[in-house]
Design a protein around this ligand. Structure first.
Ligand SMILES: C[S@@+](CC[C@H](N)C(=O)[O-])C[C@H]1O[C@@H](n2cnc3c(N)ncnc32)[C@H](O)[C@@H]1O
Length: 270
């Protein structure tokens, strides 16, 4: 079994994605998408950005490594009556079956960053995007003080070290790596822009403790950390640190959740 696929099929990311819909819409609406534009959403999950892109009229293909999330995306697209949106299984490290220069825009929001072999990922993204097209990536930033970076940092402190040669997904949040990876794929640095942007995890009625419970129950990386912490008797400590983080960072004042998280927004013009 591919460990990358197993990690994302382990839980149910739709439970976390439910907190991401508003910011997903904001990102989709910021891209200047026009009707019939051919768009790939890579690491699409259940369609947080793919659905709003399709509502804007684009012809959207969502690709994800997790079978359960592809199925969840298909159900959401059907329920929304979106015929210009399809979901299929695929691996960002090897987009076999996708022809060269197929898409005007390739969007990947916290998606392709989680695929192994980052140089292959950059090269595949460039290959399937049309000359004159764009790649837009949202990547978490290592050691950033805001939410997701800290969840991953806390979780990794309770998890056994990764196998030798493992490249952390967080390295996609570092400018020099981004330039090197796209450089190897033939893109000069002047074609790459990088800005810090903010994503919000939001719910009107679920508070930060509920949010952390969902991470522990359904988010693969946190589930693994919790299992490891249970084996060493430290599960309580992990839970305490995560709840404290979510409470400190929560901006909602009426029992809900509104947690901002800084990310690196990368735009590559081909
Ligand atoms: C943090 S979730 C983000 C999902 C979605 N983009 C969203 O904003 O709701 C990461 C997604 O990347 C997918 N993913 C991880 N590794 C992948 C790979 N190698 N190829 C394609 N998708 C991958 C996961 O299955 C998961 O759906």
């Amino acid at each position: 079994m591919n460990p990358n696929k197993a990690l994302w099929e382990k839980g149910d990311f739709t439970q976390i994605a439910a907190f991401m819909r508003q910011s997903g819409e904001v990102v989709a609406e910021s891209l200047g998408v026009t009707p019939q534009m051919k768009v790939m959403d890579l690491g699409s999950g259940d369609g947080t950005t793919a659905l709003p892109l399709a509502r804007l009229g684009a012809d959207v293909t969502g690709i994800d490594i997790a079978e359960n999330l592809v199925e969840a995306g298909k159900k959401r697209a059907e329920a929304a009556g979106l015929r210009n949106l399809k979901f299929q299984e695929g691996d960002a490290s090897n987009l076999q079956g996708i022809a060269d220069h197929s898409f005007d825009l390739l969007l990947t929001v916290f998606g392709a960053m989680f695929a192994p072999k980052p140089f292959d990922v950059a090269s595949e993204m460039v290959r399937v995007t049309k000359p004159g097209g764009r790649i837009v990536m949202g990547n978490w930033i290592p050691n950033d003080p805001t939410f997701v970076s800290q969840v991953l940092k806390i979780s990794s402190a309770f998890t056994p070290p990764p196998p030798e040669g493992f490249i952390s997904p967080m390295t996609w949040g570092v400018e020099s790596n981004i330039i090197e990876r796209f450089g190897k794929a033939g893109v000069p640095s002047e074609k790459i822009s990088m800005v810090h942007d903010t994503y919000y995890f939001a719910s009107p009625d679920k508070g930060p403790t509920d949010f952390i419970d969902l991470f522990e129950k359904y988010y693969g990386p946190t589930m693994n950390a919790l299992e490891a912490a249970q084996n060493t008797g430290k599960a309580g400590e992990l839970h305490k640190q995560l709840v404290e983080l979510a409470n400190v960072q929560n901006k909602s004042r009426n029992g809900g959740t509104l947690i901002p998280a800084t990310f690196m927004r990368v735009t590559v013009s081909l």
